[in-house]
Design a binder for this molecule. Structure first.
Ligand code: KDO
Length: 335
């Protein structure tokens, strides 16, 4: 081999080796597709956290593809879509999970979770292992991390001057929209109201036309979904410190390498924490914002709501599905 040819050959071999050595990001076609469907909006803090924290953190090997406002799958159908292989990720609710695994209703019961930090402590406690395993065995989904949706409050069309809510008795006959699953309807009844099942996407119109008297959601949602434009009061019942679980289809999870799984888990935890801090910050600011918008915002007789809601759950069919001792462990983590 002539000197010239030999040098050229060595250069070609060297450049090929260097190219191979640089782990080039997978091309879009090679990336793992992570479609996520939520009935939440693009500006909801959970959506923002997933898009700005989770997506970029896994972008070397995965393509995070969110769909908002239930445009890909209707609210409450995400878990089945994942089971059918048509969706890789969701921010699942305990209420939806409880439709398939009744024991999850313990996380839907009013006044059980006491704070965002309590939710994290519970999710990371060994008590959660059986719940996570049930989700994997029953629905073939992995619960990655717990997201803070916020403290749910009662939000009504009528001003306080027309309907002053002190105790659950004051909500008697109020047509309160609740999400569609059984555990949500039960929570509406436990509050003293007459619950109406309705998808999140229909709530604004129903409030504006008066086909419902009110709805319940955390303050960040009341503002993000602009429910304050069509309601006149917020009763700070804080009846459910609500959550969602960042979930991934087990089939997708199992395709990932151990390193990629660790990156996905870390990215989910980081996104959950980012969203949690954003929601908490908003909750600290929005009472004054909503009062500036002309809404009455006030605390009812909280003890009367807590007593009624807790006693209704303890005596309910839901409580019979709760694994022995778990409620005590949850309460102990909240002290
Ligand atoms: C709602 O429909 O009121 C609800 O808050 C229920 C939650 O479980 C969750 O589905 C949420 O909507 C959506 O993420 C929209 O914020």
């Amino acid at each position: 081999m002539g000197l010239f040819t030999r040098n050229l050959f060595l250069k070609l071999v060297l450049s090929a080796a260097m190219t191979a050595a640089v782990a080039l990001p997978a091309s879009a076609a090679d990336k793992v597709q992570l479609r996520m469907s939520t009935s939440g909006s693009e500006t909801d803090q959970r959506s923002v956290a997933l898009a700005t924290v989770f997506g970029p953190a896994v972008s070397e090997f995965a393509s995070y593809e969110p769909s908002y406002n239930a445009t890909l799958f209707a609210q409450g159908t995400e878990l089945e879509a994942m089971a059918r292989g048509n969706l890789e990720m969701a921010i699942a609710s305990a209420q939806e999970l409880a439709q398939f695994m009744p024991e999850f209703s313990i996380f839907t019961a009013g006044y059980v979770h006491q704070s965002a930090a309590h939710q994290v402590a519970v999710f990371n406690d060994p008590l959660m292992d059986a719940f996570k395993k049930a989700a994997e065995d029953t629905l073939k989904i992995k619960l990655l991390s717990v997201m803070y949706l916020g403290q749910r409050q009662v939000n009504l069309r009528q001003p306080r001057s027309e309907l002053d809510v002190k105790t659950p008795a004051d909500l008697k006959g109020v047509n309160l929209r609740m999400p569609g699953t059984d555990s949500w309807q039960f929570l509406g009844k436990a509050l003293g109201a007459s619950p109406t099942p309705m998808a999140f996407s229909e709530v604004y119109t129903s409030l504006s036309t008066g086909s419902v008297d009110g709805q319940d959601n955390p303050l960040p949602t009341v503002v993000d979904a602009k429910f304050y434009e069509v309601t006149k009061q917020i009763v700070l019942t804080s009846h459910l410190v609500d959550l969602n679980y960042i979930s991934i289809a087990l089939e997708t999870w199992n395709k990932l390498s151990a390193e990629q799984q660790a990156l996905v888990q870390a990215a989910a935890d980081e996104a959950a924490e980012s969203g949690r801090q954003a929601q908490l910050q908003k909750e600290s600011e929005l009472v004054s914002f909503l009062k500036e918008q002309g809404l009455d915002v006030y605390e009812p007789d909280l003890a009367s709501f807590r007593d009624q809601v807790q006693s209704m759950y303890i005596d309910s069919e839901f409580a019979k599905t709760w694994p022995e001792g778990v409620l005590d462990k949850i309460n102990a983590l909240g002290k």
